[in-house]
Design a protein around this ligand. Sequence first.
Ligand code: SF4
Length: 324
Amino acid sequence: MRIQASYLSLDNDLFLQKIEQAKKALDHCCLCKQSCAINRNLGELGACGAGINAEVAHWGIHKGEEPPFAGKGGAGAIFFSHCNLKCVYCQNFQISWQKQIKDSINPMQLGEIMLKLQMQGAQNIDLVSPTHFLPQIIEAIYLSRQQGLTLPIVYNTNAYESEAALALLSGIVDVYMPDFKYFNDSAAFQYSGIKNYVSTAKQAIKTMYDAVGDFTRDFQGRAYRGLFVRHLVLPENLASSFKVLDFLKQNIGVNIGLSIMSQYSPCYQAQRIDELNKKIDSVFYNKLVEYVEVLGFEQCWIQELKSSEIYFPDFQSSKVFVKE
Ligand code: SF4
C-alpha cells in the first residue's frame, strides 16, 4: 500500500477555501469551546491570549514522544505559544504562558519551519497545542506543500476543539493525538479553567475518529494515520481515569492508539493545591494498567511510574501492548 499524507491529495481549490474560512473564523473566534467570539483580526484577544499571527515558542526534532511518533528520525515538533486551557499543573507553562519567549511569524515562515524539520529527518510534523493558531497552520501546510512537504501531520491537542474547527482540518490532519484529560467537569473547571470539557472532548474525539479511523503504522512502526489518545493520570483519580477508558472502549473501540502517562509531577501552581501536591499512587496506577489490558486495547504505550521523577520523560522504558 502506498502511504502518503492526506493533505497531498486535497484539492487545491478546497484547500484555498479552507484557508479563507479559517481566516474568517477569527472575526468571531470560536475555534475552541471557550467560544470567546472576539475579533482576533482586529487585534482582540480571547481566553488563550493568541492574536492574529502564529507564535512559536520552540521547534525541533523531539525524541520524547511515544515510539510511533519519535521513531528513529524523531517527531518534528512545533510548540505553539499560548493555550486555550489554564491547567494549574501545566508542565509546559513556560511555553504556554511566559510571553517573552514567543516568536511571532507569518504562515510562510511557519511553512519554512515544517520544511526544515523535514530536511532534518523528522518523521512527521507534530503540532503541539495548535488549535488557537489553526488558520495560520492550514495556510502554512498549503504553502509548504507547494515547496515539497510530504510528512504526515500529527495534531497534538487537548480535545477542546469546536466542531467547526475540526471541520476545517478535515483532509489535512493524518493523526489526531488528543489528550482526554478528565471525565469530570468540575475537576476540569477547577484545575484547567474550562466548562463542559467532558461533553466537548467526547464529541471532539468521536469526530476525530470519524475523520481518520483506527491507529495505523507503517512497516517501520511509524504512525501515519488514525486516532491516538493520551491520558495523563492525576493524583487521587482526579481525572476519573477508569471512566475515560470505559468511554473509549464503548464508543470508539480498541483499535485506536492509547498512551497512559504517569509523568504527573506537581509543578507550576499545583504545589499550592493539597490534592495535586503529590505523586500519583502506585497501587491505583497498577490497577489502571491492568484495566487497560482487560479492556483489550490493541496498541498501548504505558509509562512506568518512575516517569514522574523525570521532568521530560520519554517512552523508551514504557510498557507496550501491541498486537501485530
Ligand atoms: S481559540 Fe482562543 S480566542 Fe478562540 S475561542 Fe479559543 S480561547 Fe477564545
